[in-house]
Design a protein around this ligand. Structure first.
Ligand code: UGA
Length: 433
C-alpha cells in the first residue's frame, strides 16, 4: 500500500519504519529540512533502540523515503497518517494548529479517494475538526474518510510496541476506510477494535489517564508505607498478582514525566471541564505527581542537611530509561531546586546529557563512578539498567559520604545493607550503615 506519514517524531518515525518493514511503500515528511537531511544520511533525531537499523534497512530497500515536502508526500499516499506534534498551550489546552495546517495541505493536494488517519494524541472530537477543515479547503468535490488510529507506543520500546501492540484501535465511520485500515494492519497480530471516531479518541485519553492514575496511586501508597514501615515494592507485588490489577505501572518513584502523561492528563482535565465534568480523580493524579518530586527534594535536604556548597552526584536525567528525552523529566525540578539552594550537581546519564545540556547548567560526568567521586550524596533519578549493575563497593569507596537517595527503587534493601550504605528510597525502610 502507498503510505504517507506527516511528522517524524517518535510516533511518525516508528509508524513509517514499521509500515515499510511490513512491505508498504512509505514516504515520511517533516517541515524540518535539517531533520530530513539527517534521516536521509541515516542520522536519527532521537535515541530509540532498534530505530536506526529498521530505518536504514527499509531505506536501502526503497520502501522508505524522507522528504521535507509535505505536499509531495500527501500526493504519494493512499493512506495519510497525521503524526505532527500536539504540544500543550500555556493553559494546557492542546495546540491543534499543526494538525489543522496539515489538514489544509491535504485539502489543497488530494485528487482521489484518501484515508486520512490521525495518530497524534488529540482531544476528543479532533477527527470531526479535521474532516471539516478538509471539506472547507477542498478545491473540488473529492471523497475522503477520516480515521482515528491512536498510538500506544512507549518511548524506549517504540518499535517493539508498534510491531507487537496489545491492541489496534480504529475509529472509523466508513466501511471503505475500515477495510483499508484492516488490510494495512493484517500482518500485525493483535486484536482490532473498530469503533466510532470519538470513542477511539477517548480510548487514548482513558488509557494514558488510567496508567498515570495507577502510578499516582502507588506513589500515594508509598507515602503510607514510609509512615508505617511497610514496603511499597511488596505491596505492589501483592496487589499486582491479582489479575484484575496487574503489576505493571505500579513502580513508585519521583513521578511520571515525558511528553505524554503530564500534558495528556492536564489536557483531559481541561477537556472534561469544558464538557461540564469535574474529573476530580485526574486532578488528584496530577497533584500527587507534582508532590513526588517535592517530597524527594525534602528527603535530600533532610538527610544531607544544608545543601549549600555540597556536591551531589546524580545518576539518570532522562524521564525514563532507554530514551534521551528530557521533556518534563522529574530530574529537572529536582536539580533546579537543589541548585537554587547552593548545591553543586555532577550528573551522568547514558544518553540524555546532550539534551540535558540545553536545559541544565550542571557538570556532566564521563561515568557513574565519575559522578559519585567525592560527592556528599548520590541521587538516582532514572532506572537505567547500567545503574543496576554498578560496582557498589567502588561507588562506596568513591563517595565522600556513603549516602544514596534512590528516586527509583533501583537497589534492594539487602544489597544496600550488605555494602554499608545509608540508603533512602521511595516507600521503603531507611537503611543505616
Ligand atoms: C506513555 C504510554 O505508556 C504509551 O502507551 C503512550 O502511547 C504514550 O505515553 C503516548 O501517549 O504517546 P511514555 O510516555 O513513552 O508512554 O512512557 P511510559 O513508559 O508510559 O512512562 C511514563 C512515565 O511514567 C515515566 O516518567 C516513567 O518513569 C513513569 N512510570 C512508569 C512510573 O513512575 N512508574 C511506573 O510504574 C511506570
Amino acid at each position: 500500500m502507498k503510505i504517507c506519514v506527516i511528522g517524524t517524531g517518535y510516533v511518525g518515525l516508528a509508524t513509517a519504519a514499521v509500515f515499510a518493514e511490513l512491505g508498504n511503500d512509505v514516504v515520511a515528511a517533516d517541515m524540518d529540512k535539517g531533520k530530513i537531511d539527517n534521516l536521509n544520511k541515516g542520522i536519527m533525531p532521537i535515541f530509540e533502540p532498534g530505530l536506526k537499523e529498521i530505518v536504514e534497512r527499509n531505506a536501502k530497500h526503497n520502501r522508505l523515503h524522507f522528504t521535507h515536502d509535505n505536499k509531495a508526500a500527501i500526493k504519494h499516499g493512499d493512506v495519510i497518517f497525521i503524526c505532527v506534534g500536539t504540544p500543550p498551550k500555556d493553559n494546557w489546552e492542546t495546540e491543534l494548529l499543526y494538525v489543522e495546517n496539515v489538514a489544509k495541505e491535504i485539502a489543497s493536494v488530494i485528487d482521489s479517494y484518501k484515508v486520512i488517519v490521525h495518530k497524534s494524541t488529540v482531544p476528543v472530537e479532533t477527527g470531526d475538526k479535521i474532516r471539516s477543515v478538509i471539506k472547507q479547503h477542498l478545491k473540488h468535490e473529492i471523497e475522503f474518510d477520516v480515521v482515528s488510529n491512536p498510538e500506544f507506543l512507549r518511548e524506549g520500546t517504540a518499535i517493539k510496541d508498534t510491531l507487537e501492540p496489545d491492541r489496534i484501535v480504529i475509529g472509523s465511520e466508513s466501511d471503505r476506510a475500515s477495510e483499508v485500515m484492516k488490510k494495512l494492519y493484517s500482518h500485525i497480530k493483535a486484536p482490532i477494535i473498530i469503533t466510532d471516531i470519538r470513542s477511539a479518541e477517548l480510548i487514548k485519553h482513558a488509557s494514558n489517564s488510567f496508567l498515570a492514575t495507577k502510578i499516582s496511586f502507588i506513589n500515594a501508597l508509598g507515602q503510607i508505607c514510609e509512615r508505617t514501615g511497610a514496603d511499597v515494592e511488596k505491596v505492589a507485588e501483592g496487589m499486582g498478582l491479582d489479575k484484575r490489577i496487574g503489576r505493571a505501572f505500579l513502580n513508585a518513584g519521583i513521578g511520571y514525566g515525558g511528553s505524554c502523561f503530564p500534558k495528556d492528563i492536564q489536557a483531559f482535565i481541561n477537556i472534561s471541564k469544558n464538557l461540564g465534568y469535574d474529573f476530580s480523580i485526574l486532578k488528584a493524579t496530577h497533584d500527587i505527581n507534582e508532590s513526588q518530586s517535592k517530597q524527594y527534594i525534602d528527603k535530600v535536604k533532610k538527610y544531607l542537611g544544608d545543601v549549600h556548597g555540597k556536591t551531589i552526584g546524580v545518576l539518570g536525567l532522562s524521564f525514563k530509561p532507554n530514551t534521551d528525552d528530557m521533556r518534563f523529566a522529574p530530574s529537572i525540578p529536582i536539580i533546579e531546586a537543589l541548585q537554587r539552594e547552593g548545591a553543586i550537581i555532577r550528573a551522568y546519564d547514558p544518553e540524555a546529557m546532550g539534551k540535558a545540556g540545553q536545559l541544565l547548567k550542571i557538570q556532566f560526568c564521563k561515568s557513574p563512578y565519575d559522578a559519585a567521586a567525592d560527592a556528599d550524596a548520590l541521587l538516582t533519578l532514572t532506572e537505567w539498567n547500567e545503574f543496576k549493575r554498578l560496582d557498589l563497593r567502588k561507588i562506596k569507596s568513591l563517595l565522600k559520604n556513603p549516602l544514596i537517595i534512590d528516586g527509583r527503587n533501583i537497589y534492594s534493601l539487602e544489597e544496600m545493607k550488605k555494602h554499608g550504605f545509608h540508603y533512602i528510597s521511595i516507600g521503603r525502610k531507611e537503611i543505616t550503615p
